[in-house]
Ligand binder design. Structure first.
Ligand SMILES: [Zn+2]
Length: 133
């Protein structure tokens, strides 16, 4: 791998997010290089200390990859404003195992053109009432 020939397109602090993004890119035949993954898996504090997990792609695939990254971040933003549908609280805890299961299906479906925004987002637990959103 020649460091001159690829470029960083994303930086993530949550290993599961990095793996989802990697999977999305690879599904589009984009070569993915991940850096600092091992260290970032230790604790979130360590991940922040090294600047997170860096995702690089080859220069010639940058534009195609950037579109996927943009869509991926858009999805994360939507999740950030999610409220508990039971009590309306925004005090939701991310369930990473559920995130991997449902988030991945959701994102893949989105890229396949299917509307998967309903029924596959059960990976936030409300800390107020315990309801799984
Ligand atoms: Zn609730």
């Amino acid at each position: 791998m020649n460091p001159q020939k690829h470029i960083q397109i994303a930086q993530l602090f949550i290993p599961s997010d990095a793996h989802i993004l990697k999977g999305l890119l690879e599904a589009q035949d984009i070569t993915v290089f991940m850096f600092d993954e091992g260290f970032s898996s230790l604790t979130p504090a360590d991940a922040i200390a090294v600047g997170g997990i860096k995702i690089h792609v080859p220069f010639e695939q940058k534009e195609k990859a950037q579109q996927i990254v943009d869509k991926f971040y858009e999805n994360l933003k939507e999740e950030d404003i999610l409220k508990c549908s039971n009590c309306g609280s925004t005090n939701l805890k991310h369930d990473y195992i559920e995130h991997i299961k449902y988030g991945f299906i959701n994102l893949i479906s989105a890229f396949a053109g299917a509307n998967a925004s309903h029924g596959v987002r059960h990976y936030k637990k409300c800390l107020n009432c315990g309801y799984k959103n």
